[in-house]
Design a protein around this ligand. Sequence first.
Ligand code: FAD
Length: 299
Amino acid sequence: MHDVIIVGGGPAGLSAALVLGRCRRSVLLVDAGRPRNAVTERMYGYLGHDGRPPGELRALARTELEQYPTVECRDGEVTDARREEDGFAVVLADGRTERARRLILATGLATALPDVEGFSEYWGRGVHHCPYCDGFENRDGPLVVYGKGEGGKGLALELTAWSRDLTLCTDGRAEALSDGDRDRLARQRIRLDERPVARLEGAEGRPARLRFADGEALPCRALFFAPAACAPSSLIERLGCTLTPKGTVPTREYEQSNVPGLYVAGDASRRVQFAIVAAAEGAMAAFAINTELLQEDTR
Ligand SMILES: Cc1cc2nc3c(=O)[nH]c(=O)nc-3n(C[C@H](O)[C@H](O)[C@H](O)COP(=O)(O)OP(=O)(O)OC[C@H]3O[C@@H](n4cnc5c(N)ncnc54)[C@H](O)[C@@H]3O)c2cc1C
């Protein structure tokens, strides 16, 4: 019986493991090694690591964890999890079952890419979803926002902080945009293009233009899209967590879920989806769990 099992070895899970290891808690961290930002070359906005390749941060954290003898990091996949009387049981892909008094799901989030030719080719290298992560590097460039509804409009307005050369492409008539929305975009000098999109074309590993179905093209240094709601990890659903319409868990204070003893940290919970926030959430969950276990054991 471990004190804590952590599913996921991104910033959230690794940070939780570090805090718990320093509290001398027995921790099993299981990671399938498919982080959300795997496609991206550099991670920005992480204090002290701005611009570092994200894989390097994970590797550094894994090395740091080696000095904590009660922490085991295991590469593998958790395929099932259930609540038991005194904690949780998780089943690994190799068939082993492990048990713990508390469970942290730090499983991240999958990003659903719009189904347009070229998007997956340049995903993370000119096709982005988050201006906070990738706006600065593309500042003042000709930027395209791809989005059919509210999300596209909101993202286009948000991006005015990074560039004033913006086109919102709705890939067909934008039924969701009201006259007021159109006015608001026009007042910010955001061009609106409702022509159907054929593909994103590029050169030297970067996008260069968005090609419309009528054959014309729009220059584009980077393309931003508003991601659709994501399917959460099946573990989150199986354990009975409440979900937001976006597929994340509306955690309470210290990343507690509605399931007693279950914490959800990082992108899988509802707050700001930055790596540094994920790490902070992991640390908060670890703090709360250590406090709970101390109270239980010293009652
Ligand atoms: C293209 C892109 C660029 C980004 N750029 C930035 C940036 O510049 N700056 C920034 O702050 N943020 C950036 N982000 C967001 C950042 O990646 C996330 O906020 C951060 O990775 C969240 O950390 P996490 O620990 O919650 O999840 P992740 O880092 O996604 O880690 C989750 C881990 O859990 C594992 N896992 C999932 N299910 C299981 C299972 N059943 N069993 C075992 N393991 C499992 C996964 O394999 C993965 O390794 C970017 C995101 C994307 C998609």
